[in-house]
Design a protein around this ligand. Sequence first.
Ligand code: NAP
Length: 248
Amino acid sequence: MSKLEGKVAVVTGASKGIGAAIAKALARDGAAVVVNYASSKAGADAVVEAITAAGGRAIAVQGDVTKAAQAHGLIEAAVTAFGRLDVLVNNSGIYEFAAIEEVTEEHYRRIFDVNVLGVLLATQAAAKQLGEGGSIVNISSAVTDVETPTTAVYTGTKGALNAISGVLANELAPRRIRVNVVSPGFVVTEGTHTAGIAGSEMEAGFVAQTPLGRSGQPDDIAGVVAFLASDDARWVTGEVINASGGIR
Ligand code: NAP
């Protein structure tokens, strides 16, 4: 039996990049998957098509995780479509970098809203549905260790996420719900292309600091998430796992 057979998962921000790879990996391992997107319907539909073409089960659900009603709607959609919820992957995230002189209130609020508030709202909704054996996986970043200049706000969101994950691992443990973090290093995605990081000197700098000597690909992250989502990781909670080629 596949390791996620019979389980139902929600992956936020699964229309592209790391989230899309995670959704496909969970489906490959047997889970029925809610593929969330904020604005990229075509991307989410393509992920659903790829999953169903491979014999899996998935639906695309629009929802902005920074809005409580929409974050809750996303979780309800999973229960309506598939009857239960076992796994939440909080992957939605945005990154914009700015030197400290350039940081604005707007920059701070936009990034913190998606990367921190969005996780809290989706987790709040999921916690009402998850039962014993439930798993929450939060996608943070190795930047919390690398401390790259110009990333103070983004790195701050991921440091907050690591701290929140540790708290929630303890808070939800009595209900036998696990909470873990996966921290990617640099990964080539639609987002890192749009942000101008892929192909830039910043990427070259990350690769130079990465012991395994290359940039990451979305699939490098997805398998680690699938492990944490599964019962193979039943004794693992409150952990931060770097999937980063060794950069730290
Ligand atoms: P990406 O290609 O830009 O994709 C981001 C995803 O997040 C998209 O599906 C997007 O949806 C969704 N999203 C954005 N705002 C949202 C909102 N308000 N509500 C719901 N979904 C929202 O990003 P990525 O590079 O794959 O990164 C994914 C995660 O990994 C992020 O948390 C990021 O911080 C983390 N990470 C990335 C790297 C890297 O190098 N790529 C490294 C470390 C950590 P729409 O497209 O539909 O708007």
